[in-house]
Write a protein that binds this ligand. Structure first.
Ligand code: NDP
Length: 485
């Protein structure tokens, strides 16, 4: 019998499901059991062509609609997503293995927020009037044209919406390629947009591995590429986009610092460290995986952290009591287990976890290492799994320098009751998305993105509009034209 997660077809182009079984089969594995639940096919060159030509053809008429009309469609799509939140969350759990406890509140809901927010902004995208004596200049905020979105596997619904909603609000069309690991959810976003009234072709989904992404990025008809992925992929995609002088948004990886001062509320700090390391089993780009704890509270912090981490409930992700799910794939599990071994070999002190959980599926126990030093592999490389490194520090000056000593710059957090210090420290940290006495909040109203190798551009908020539109300026002369001859 067909599993309920099996989509009608692999791709969604021009308002309908499209199949081409000549493409390489991509098995969809449920991470909690290892069972294959669906199959899709990678896009063939014919499918890529169909998606790009359809999107290109649909874009101009979409951009000519008023912002109010486009916004209404996006907001209707948000309403449909909220009505179907439960079904979409179950599907996201099948796609990623993340517990339903999380997917019910953090994926389709976050996607719906983006559709609603950018739907609301669509009508307000105006230009300026710049008076110059009798003459004047006016500016228009115009769509870029055809945008490509490429997603990572950790938030497949959210990523499709974080890219699709601002792109469409600005009058662009999009071809979105999900990660081959999680191909299911973006198809639902495309389906819902059509149901909400979006013209066929403005949001299309094609499946595939890196080469399909590569074909999309290098196509001369594409005006912009927005990628969520790792730094190495980001460098390749950025370079390919530069070849065609395309706009880019790069949301890449991190190794973010979370700094906890002696005066912090310990339980809040522990909560921040848990949210910043173990949510989605650690598969979150902005995670605060280098937890710097001031020496005075170190042992107290570690004791409370170990105690609360022991309360994590590993189990069937469809059971809403489960609070900690598996790694997305067997491969990702093995990568993370490799880092755990490195941590042990290089002399970090294991506080809890440290191994694969004794159960079906790709579960790793939430793991905390203490006495981690800056040069250890687990303190330098992005792990993308439930592995927290706790490092000690003495002074503010020292911790800021050490926190910044990384190629990454996605996020940073500080816990302290001294607000002057909190703002000073955040001001000195090289990171794009920061938190004071909190960690990993990502409301659609706030800009999200990194500095240094963690990326360029911002998603969400009004900032995202700038990255999905361009300004045309028009000089208007009222008098005669003077010329030298
Ligand atoms: P990858 O970088 O491996 O892949 C990201 C996407 O790019 C996938 O859809 C992938 O396809 C595609 N891709 C790979 N190679 C190319 C290429 N040459 N040209 C075009 N597209 C290509 O990342 P993961 O999927 O493994 O996701 C984990 C990474 O994403 C982590 O490093 C994490 O930090 C980062 N991330 C960043 C976020 C942010 O907002 N800053 C949020 C979430 C994750 P396929 O996988 O199908 O081969």
């Amino acid at each position: 019998m067909t599993h309920p997660a099996q989509p009608k077809a692999s791709h969604f182009i021009n308002g309908e499901y499209v199949e081409d079984t000549a493409g390489t089969p991509i098995p969809v594995i449920y991470a909690a059991t290892g069972e294959q639940i669906a199959t899709v096919h990678a896009a063939t060159p014919a499918i890529v062509e169909q998606a790009l030509s359809t999107a290109k053809a649909a874009q101009k008429a979409w951009a000519r609609m008023t912002g109010t009309e486009r916004g209404r469609i996006l907001r209707r799509a948000a309403d449909i997503m909220r009505e179907r939140n439960h079904d979409l969350s179950v599907l996201e759990t099948y796609d990623t293995g993340k517990p339903l406890q999380e997917t019910l509140v953090a994926d389709a809901t976050s996607g719906a927020d983006a559709l609603e927010y950018f739907g609301g902004l669509a009508a307000s995208l105006t230009g300026e009037h710049i008076p110059l004596g009798e003459d004047w200049v006016y500016t228009k905020r115009e769509a870029l044209g055809l945008c490509v979105g490429i997603g990572a596997w950790n938030y497949p619904t959210q990523i499709a919406c974080w890219k699709g909603a601002p792109a469409l609000a600005c009058g662009n069309a999009m071809v979105f390629k999900p990660s081959e690991t999680t191909p299911l959810c973006a198809l639902k976003v495309a389906e819902i947009l059509i149901e909400a009234g979006a013209p066929a072709g403005v949001f299309n989904v094609v499946q595939g591995m890196g080469e399909v992404g590569g074909a999309l990025v290098t196509d001369p008809r594409v005006d912009k590429v927005s990628l969520t992925g790792s730094v190495p992929t980001g460098k390749k995609v950025y370079a390919a986009a530069a070849e065609g002088m395309k706009h880019v948004t790069m949301e890449l990886g991190g190794k973010s610092p979370l700094i906890i001062f002696d005066d912090a509320d310990i339980d809040n700090a522990v909560g921040g460290a848990i949210n910043g390391n173990f949510y989605s089993s650690g598969q979150v780009c902005s995670n605060g995986t280098r937890v710097f704890v001031q020496k005075g509270i170190k042992e107290k912090f570690l004791a409370r952290l170990a105690e609360r981490t022991g309360n994590a409930i590993l189990g069937d992700p469809m059971d809403e009591a489960t609070s900690f799910g598996p790694m997305v794939t067997e491969n990702q599990m093995n990568i993370v287990l490799g880092y755990i071994e490195k941590g042990k070999e290089e002399g970090a002190r294991l506080i809890c976890g440290g191994k694969r959980a004794d159960m079906d599926g790709y579960f790793i126990e939430p793991t905390v290492f203490a006495d981690v030093t800056d040069d250890m592999t687990i303190a330098r490389e992005e792990i993308f799994g439930p592995v927290m490194s706790v490092l000690d520090f003495d002074t503010e000056e020292e911790v800021v320098a050490r926190a910044n000593d990384t190629e990454f710059g996605l996020s940073a957090g500080v816990f302290t009751k001294d607000f002057t210090r909190a703002h000073r420290v955040i001001g000195n940290l090289e990171a794009g998305s920061c938190f004071i006495n909190s960690y990993n909040d990502a409301p659609v109203e706030a800009p999200f993105g990194g500095v240094k190798a963690s990326g360029v551009g911002r998603e969400n908020s009004k900032e995202a509009i700038k990255h999905f539109s361009q300004v045309k300026s028009v000089y208007v002369r009222m008098g005669d034209v003077e010329a030298a001859f």
